[in-house]
Design a protein around this ligand. Sequence first.
Ligand code: CS2
Length: 483
Amino acid sequence: MPSLSTANLGLLSADVARPAYDRDAAGIGVVHFGPGAFFRAHQAFFFDEALGQGGNWAICAAALRSTDVRDALRPQDNLYILAELERETRYRVIGAIKETLAGPADRPALLARLANPDTVIVTMTVTEKGYCLKGDGSLDFDHADIAHDVAEPLNPVSLIGHLVEGLRRRHAAGTAPFTVISCDNLVDNGHKLGRAVADLAEKQDGALAAWIREKVAFPRTMVDSITPATDDALRTRVTHDTGVQDAWPIQRERFTQWVIEDKFSNIRPDFASIGVTLTKDVSAYDRAKLRLLNGPHSTLAYLGSLAGYESVAEAMGDADLAGFARRLMLDDISPTLNPDAGIDYPAYIDAILARFANPGIRHLLSQIAWDGSAKLPFRLFGTIAERLAAGAPVDNLALPVAAWMHFVRRKAADGTKLTDPLAESLLTIGRAVTGDAHRDVSCFFTLEQVFPPALRDNPAFRTALERAYALLEGGVKAALKGI
Ligand code: CS2
């Protein structure tokens, strides 16, 4: 079977869409950090659309550590196939990535790209933990990578350090700054990133930090598209359906949404004409998405896994679980959202639940369950804190938190891998807990970087959490009946 490459584009089956522009002529204007599946399904797709309208919106995709993506894409001229999975599948070759860099060996080339005046936009998807922030959202100077970059700013290892060094070189050369667009599921992502970059720059040069605060735009964004990890089933299917082998195709639902705060420090594509929403205020969008999509996603991930399901669609096939998710969204989460934001929340909830139930997508609960200690604070704790402040019950909201604790406990008991930045501490707790709700919750509350004092010390939350934890001793079905 031929492999995907520029030379083999003609071998693809006719219904596969090809890049609608002269790829050789398209210049690199974007640098992206974290070339994972979500980036290739979302931002790269939008820049591929922009390239169809002309302009230098090709991408240099960089990984700070892993060489996997670079090694898979380079042999196929950095092309890959995107599969849009609904009842029927659509395939498209994405040509937007023209360069892939990875690891310390490529760091000089990456820093040169960042300093290059042609680079006008820098995007990233490095997950919540890739920003090296503390629970309060400020830069964690005790983080090993940040401590390294304070000591060796010209040879950075962290995302923040690379941004500072790239901007330092532009400032020194009198080059206009690039716009920095965070594309991760972080509340207020761009603003937090902007503060972190300026705070790190402050350590080496006050004037540079001032220039960054004044001249560099870090727009806030909301990004959305359900993108399961690539597996061999997808590779086999793509080869069969397209007639060409792709080492690392990407799959996602057809739905994509990108909302960007209309704040730029350099030129940009005509985003509105390619379906991107530009707005002065992103807060309602990202709050609604993080709380109504990502919160219930994590809820289904832990409750569904404990109940023995593997995928979101399977868990949604369980009427008790699907019913609980809907109630949580309507009764517990929606009241914390801005009623004047012009968003029809019941319709948004219906649309999200329909996306969760999409039979064309096999989205593994185990993938969503990764990094619970980094995700739950952004996805559930804000909602819980506001419901508590309103004097409202938090029994339903406590159940997914208790389910996460049981999930960790089960991982510790059966010795399977727990993917989480705090995996070691969590597994130690998971081995120490006994099933006694009060004692076990106390064990988890020792994770101060996860559970803020406002929650740990709140008796109503504690009571609800212990009750949910105890109910789950009897299994998910019993807990959903008893909650
Ligand atoms: C998911 C997200 O893996 C996860 O944690 O909740 O990746 C989710 O699919 C996306 O945010 C949807 O836009």
